[in-house]
Design a protein around this ligand. Structure first.
Ligand code: HEC
Ligand code: HEC
Ligand code: HEC
Ligand code: HEC
Length: 119
């Protein structure tokens, strides 16, 4: 047998839990996506738009195809600096040979200067 009072306490508790839940949910905003959707490279040759998520989703590439180092470093500049040498290509050389190289190998994707530097 539930008394009127017990019922009121139960309802009070349920409402309290619900409100607490909503506040907690709202105060923890979801984390920003780890992987970029698209990237715009500003450079002397003209801006390049790179569809990062498209290259993964639509063209079925693995992270390691481009992030060829396997240590969780995703920024190429961590290793490929502005000027390179025989053992380490510069950032621009690394990009040109990786981006263009794959497009040439696949026979698809832009290889002409102004089809990448299109903006
Ligand atoms: C087709 C090549 C390619 C593929 C495939 C790819 N990425 Fe990238 N990703 C890049 C390039 C290029 C950059 C820009 C790096 C820079 O500016 O130095 C980048 C940037 C990133 C960044 C931001 C790094 C930063 O410091 O801002 C993250 C994180 C990342 N990629 C994660 C991933 C993950 C995870 C995968 C696999 C699910 C993946 N990428 C697949 C080419 C690729
Ligand atoms: C943790 C360090 C590191 C990061 C980060 C890194 N690289 Fe490299 N990369 C190297 C080293 C070391 C070499 C030279 C040795 C080799 O060929 O593996 C190299 C070589 C290359 C080469 C020449 C490969 C060949 O076969 O001649 C390309 C192209 C390249 N990197 C592109 C990239 C791009 C594009 C990114 C970012 C998406 C990137 N790298 C991120 C360390 C790195
Ligand atoms: C490992 C292979 C691979 C690498 C590396 C790669 N791409 Fe691509 N890319 C492709 C393929 C496959 C397509 C699809 C071509 C088609 O379907 O017409 C493509 C298409 C494109 C397109 C046109 C369509 C779109 O999605 O915008 C651009 C621009 C492009 N790539 C830029 C880049 C740039 C910039 C880089 C280097 C940061 C890069 N790609 C690296 C494989 C690659
Ligand atoms: C597949 C796409 C692609 C093609 C084709 C391409 N580029 Fe690039 N280019 C890039 C990307 C990506 C970068 C790197 C941007 C960055 O480092 O932020 C770049 C960088 C550059 C830079 C700046 C270099 C620096 O040291 O700052 C110049 C200049 C340039 N490209 C000229 C050219 C010329 C000329 C051609 C034709 C012979 C060409 N590019 C073809 C994608 C491309």
């Amino acid at each position: 047998m539930t008394s009127q009072r017990d019922l009121k306490i139960a309802i009070f508790m349920m409402v309290t839990f619900l409100v607490t839940g909503i506040i907690c949910y709202a105060s923890f905003t979801p984390p920003a996506p780890e992987e970029p959707i698209r990237l715009m490279f500003q450079n002397k040759g003209g801006k390049v738009l790179f569809t990062h998520s498209g290259h993964i989703g639509n063209y079925s590439l693995d992270c390691i195809d481009c992030h060829h180092n396997d240590d969780g470093t995703y920024n190429c500049s961590q290793c490929h600096e502005e000027t390179g040498d025989e053992s380490m290509p510069s950032r621009a050389d690394a990009f040109h040979s990786q981006c263009k190289g794959c497009h040439e190998e696949n026979g698809s994707g832009p290889v002409e200067c102004n089809s990448c530097h299109s903006l």
